[in-house]
Ligand binder design. Structure first.
Ligand SMILES: CC(C)(COP(=O)(O)OP(=O)(O)OC[C@H]1O[C@@H](n2cnc3c(N)ncnc32)[C@H](O)[C@@H]1OP(=O)(O)O)[C@@H](O)C(=O)NCCC(=O)NCCS
Length: 191
């Protein structure tokens, strides 16, 4: 790599954890990020054509989940508008209180390759840890930019599931499953 200066590139970007009310306040901005990613071909649950109204409805549903304490939603703001977002979804089974899933890591195309996804992920991991989560999992389209990002951030690749999901245009895509431990090593008895 050359002399990248991601710290300069992300200087004007602020990562914030949003309350349910703040998610609703920024519904249009968050929906715009999701629509842009789906229009760009990202396999993130939704099929084309995908409207702004559908994206607003999706984030309205996420706001309810935030309200009930079932997920965290972070957003990256530039000039007051969301340009990226990520969620930490808490596992529901009573026997997995320590586990959460990373979902919907999205950065709009015009804001990519400036380190915003990395900032979002670092904050998501820190906030998950602060909530007492010690194990994170995620899945992502095999071979996409996100896969390199997770590997760079120390996630462990479990493997690839062929034909797991569809791209917005209906083509099948493979999925790579990752995990990351946030557990702090117990102090050594030695010394
Ligand atoms: C995957 C995604 C979130 C990455 O967002 P991003 O903000 O571009 O990610 P980053 O900027 O942190 O890293 C992307 C690349 O830019 C590089 N980069 C970071 N800062 C940079 C800078 N200042 N100048 C040049 N390159 C830079 C990174 O090294 C990385 O390089 P690599 O792809 O060769 O590994 C984005 O592409 C996206 O939203 N995709 C569609 C949705 C999706 O697939 N989400 C994942 C679902 S699990």
């Amino acid at each position: 790599m050359g002399n990248l200066a991601p710290s300069c590139a992300v200087e004007q970007v602020e990562i914030r954890r949003l309350s349910a009310a703040e998610v609703r306040e920024h519904l249009d901005g968050l929906a715009a990020v999701l629509v842009d990613c789906v229009e760009g071909g990202a396999s993130v649950s939704y099929m084309a054509p995908f409207s702004h109204e559908q994206a607003r409805a999706a984030f309205d549903g996420f706001a309810a989940e935030v309200e009930h304490g079932r997920r965290l939603l972070l957003a990256a703001f530039a000039d007051g508008d969301p340009v990226g977002t990520v969620q930490v979804v808490f596992a529901w089974p009573p026997n997995q209180p320590h586990r959460a899933e990373i979902a919907k890591l999205l950065v709009r195309r015009s804001a990519r390759r400036r380190g915003i996804a990395q900032l979002l992920m670092e904050r998501a991991e820190a906030d998950a840890q602060a909530e007492g989560k010690t194990l994170l999992v995620l899945d992502t389209v095999t071979g996409d930019d996100a896969e390199r990002l997770y590997a760079r951030l120390g996630w462990t690749k479990v493997g690839v599931i062929p034909g797991y999901a569809l791209y917005p245009d209906g083509r099948l895509c493979d999925t790579t499953v990752f995990w990351k431990s946030l557990a702090t090593p117990s102090p050594s008895n030695e010394g």
